[in-house]
Design a protein around this ligand. Structure first.
Ligand code: SF4
Length: 587
């Protein structure tokens, strides 16, 4: 077999600073960048690992190293000393200049090394004009990489990696110790919304990595054993779109008495079909729903009463992140304000405003290119959806788009206060509601029917042991928020938010009893750190320096050569003892 040594790398830091390669508003932070934006120190801070790199490294037989969040110096040292035959660089469109610099360095200092490109940035048209490369991966990467290295594909199951869902987590200037793991059930979405980069990258098809509920459960168990977590983010564009697999996962948890909790992405129509009782029983405590626009122009929201659905979900303790799009074709100065008001009026806990954007590879990009609407002079690093749009819109100037977006986030913040407070409110309301529902079901002889996915009259049903475990998981989840109330109140944007902080704190007292000495100490420590963080933030603002940017730690993880072994992937999986340095990075 030819000698292969592969480096899989993300782009180099720093992120969220304006320099020759990046842009201050592209922070590589999901929440602070585009969900809890403009919420100052109330905004949770975190980075997400480059999940795909770990999945790829785990699923090829050739030896590989993953380098995530490297500095430029670390990356160049790795290239000089690593003797890599292949370097794979994953990047998104706004990071294309970083990818180009990395590729140039590889060419110059290791000319025999093949350069492979992947990620959403690989869809940039005429890519070679921007980045030097040998091969580009479009579509699903595991199959592509196995084929590229002439490794057998068909008979090999996917080995799920252990990866923290986020790293470098902070709130109010204090590091968060909660651990969560990412689970990758599959990629792509058949809904094929015209603007959606993910759907188009995976050819408008869903590719399943974990086909059965038992596969999903095994991946959760593996991460639980490695990281000690029972909380998982399911990185799947539309998890409820596969109801049989979701129901089977629940059945596995019930059989094994594991009340895991999950964050999911799901479309409104898919959630409606599964029902809120199912989501609660499965342990979904956070759901991302694309609501997009009050004009319901996408199939996924047609016929769904979004107000009622979101309220029902939140009443059961599930945080809702609603996502909406600004500067669509039907928007003018009046209708965009109506859409912003409508989206805020949905009263989701947190709300993403994202700019409509023709992303390379999508049908929208193709249409706008044909129609000559693309503004070719906007550099790629600025095409991230959180500043100016990069296409001609008849009703808005570019400055309008930047201002309206910022004001939309500010309006949401001033209307409902910090998102973290709304999440706490939802969590405690849900705990009380689920406790009531359990008592009601027991009193009325209702038991869960796993075929019908609802509670039905059942003779001699007895106590619902699994829901009692679930209630405890809801209690623990809610109590994570308790130390934050004092800081939320102290730095509230207005009187209404201050009152909300007091009201939520009272509700916690009613549900869980008064805070004990430990709670008070945590709250006081957080308040001190929040004071320091706020001072730091105000000084930066006064100096025109923008947000506080903490950079994620570098992760370097080696994967051994597994070629020539006769063991099946599952056997190897049982035997191997590999350091999970990425898991360590989450701590
Ligand atoms: S439903 Fe969501 S993930 Fe699926 S195509 Fe539409 S925007 Fe993309």
């Amino acid at each position: 077999m030819p000698k292969i040594k592969l480096l899989l790398t993300g782009v180099f830091k720093p992120f969220g600073v304006s320099d020759a390669y990046g842009e201050a508003l592209c922070t590589m932070e999901l929440l602070n960048n585009q969900v809890t934006r403009e919420q100052g120190i109330h905004s949770p801070r975190q980075n997400n690992p480059s999940f795909g790199l770990y999945l790829l490294a785990e699923n090829i037989m050739a030896p590989a190293t993953v380098l995530d969040f490297p500095t430029w110096k670390e990356f160049t040292k790795e290239i000089r000393n690593g003797n890599y035959t292949h370097v794979g660089i994953s990047f998104i469109v706004p990071n294309v200049l970083k990818a180009a610099r990395m590729a140039n360095y590889v060419r110059k200092h290791s000319p025999a090394t093949k350069i492979l490109l992947g990620g959403h940035g690989a869809a940039i048209p005429n890519l070679r004009e921007h980045v030097d490369y040998d091969e580009v991966c479009r579509g699903e990467g595991v199959r592509w990489l196995r084929t590229y290295f002439n490794e057998p594909h068909q008979e090999r199951a996917i080995i799920h990696p252990v990866i923290p869902s986020s790293v470098r987590k902070y709130i109010y200037g204090a590091p968060i110790s909660d651990k969560g793991a990412i689970i990758l059930p599959g990629v792509g979405c058949q809904n094929s919304c015209r603007f959606c980069a993910t759907a188009h990258k995976f050819e408008k098809q869903y590719t399943s990595f974990l086909r059965e509920g038992s596969d999903l459960f095994a991946a959760c168990r593996k991460s639980e054993e490695a990281m000690g977590t029972e909380d998982f983010s399911l990185m799947d564009e539309n998890f409820c779109k596969m109801p049989v697999r979701a129901a089977a996962l629940l059945a596995e948890m019930e059989a094994n008495k594991k009340a895991y909790t999950f964050s999911i992405f799901s479309s409104a129509e898919a959630i409606t079909r599964m029902g809120v009782d199912f989501l609660v029983r499965m342990g979904v405590n956070f759901v991302w729903i694309g609501v997009e626009s009050k004009w319901n122009i996408f199939e996924k929201t047609k016929g769904v009463d979004l107000h009622a659905l979101i309220k029902d979900i939140q009443d059961h303790g599930i945080t809702v992140l609603a996502s909406t799009i600004l500067f669509m074709e039907h928007h003018d100065k009046r209708t965009i304000e109506e859409d912003i008001d409508w989206a805020i009026g949905l009263e989701s806990d947190v709300l993403q405003f994202m700019q409509f954007g023709p992303i390379p590879g999508t049908r929208l990009y193709h249409d706008y290119e044909v129609e000559g609407k693309l503004l070719m002079d906007i550099p790629y690093p600025e095409q991230h959806g959180q500043d100016k749009i990069w296409f001609h819109h008849p009703n808005f100037t570019l400055q309008d788009t930047s201002r309206i977006l910022k004001e939309a986030f500010e309006r949401k913040y001033k209307t409902h206060g910090p998102g973290i407070l709304s999440m706490a409110h939802t969590a405690v309301r849900g705990y009380l509601r689920v406790r009531e529902d359990i008592a009601f079901n027991e009193k009325n002889g209702l038991a869960w029917d796993s075929a019908l996915l609802k509670y039905v009259p059942t003779p001699n049903s007895g106590p619902d042991e699994f829901m009692l475990l679930r209630l405890e998981s809801w209690r623990q989840y809610a109590l994570r928020f308790r130390p934050m109330f004092w800081s939320a109140e102290a730095y509230a944007p207005n009187g209404a938010a201050r009152e909300k902080a007091k009201m939520v704190a009272r509700l916690f007292d009613e549900a869980f009893g008064k805070p004990d000495a430990g709670d008070i100490a945590k709250s006081a420590a957080l308040r001190l750190l929040a004071w320091k963080e706020n001072l730091h933030l105000q000084i930066r603002k006064a100096m025109g320096l923008g947000d506080i940017m903490r950079q994620p730690a570098t992760v370097r993880q080696e994967y051994a050569d597994r070629r020539g072994t006769t063991a099946t992937p599952v056997d190897r999986e049982k035997k191997k003892k590999r350091p999970h340095s990425v898991a360590a990075a989450a701590r």
